[in-house]
Design a protein around this ligand. Structure first.
Ligand code: THU
Length: 160
């Protein structure tokens, strides 16, 4: 028996103005699309913007449903949109922001487990890391250099 320590790393930015210029713009797009989320049940609005290698920006937000599990997170709406429209174009960077009607979200909101797994599939497919930047409505922004940092021990095609 042996115990193995897995490590992960994040970068923390204090404000949006500290982000690289292209990421500031990407985060602004995420903020804009967050405003049109359809989230009447949770009142929790998530917006995301993906920068692709061809310069296109693909955005998405969460879409809820009265039959709750039929709704979908912003990140999966956007990644499936990107993969449908631009199947062979790499995703370089993702910006994510979340806000709530009920309270101010001041801590960075990380993608849920199912979204991490879904995004991981595309990072493996494109054989290139995806940078992910996530924040609340205000406050710090966390960056990970790869899905590996968000989802160590991911399930992938090698198990099939
Ligand atoms: N949500 C996202 O859009 N992305 C996540 O990674 C976490 C959760 C949405 C799903 C649901 O509409 C609302 O936030 C509350 O869970």
């Amino acid at each position: 028996m042996k115990k193995i320590q897995l490590s992960t790393s994040i970068t923390v930015f204090e404000t949006v103005s500290e982000l690289p210029k292209d990421v500031q713009e990407l985060m602004n797009e995420a903020v804009q699309i967050r405003k049109t989320a359809y989230a009447p049940y949770s009142n929790f609005h998530v917006g995301t913007a993906f920068l692709l290698e061809n310069g296109e920006v693909v955005t998405g937000n969460n879409q809820e449903n009265a039959a709750y599990p039929s709704g979908m997170c912003a990140e999966r709406v956007a990644v499936w949109k990107a993969s449908s429209q631009f199947p062979d174009i790499k995703i370089l960077k993702i910006a994510i922001t979340a806000s709530s009607v009920n309270n101010q979200v001041t801590e960075p909101v990380a993608p849920c487990g199912a979204c991490r797994q879904t995004l991981s599939e595309y990072e493996i497919k494109q054989d290139a890391n995806i940078e992910i930047y996530f924040m609340g409505e205000t406050g710090k922004i966390i960056k990970t250099d790869s899905l590996h940092d968000l989802l160590p021990l991911a399930f992938d095609k090698s198990f099939l």
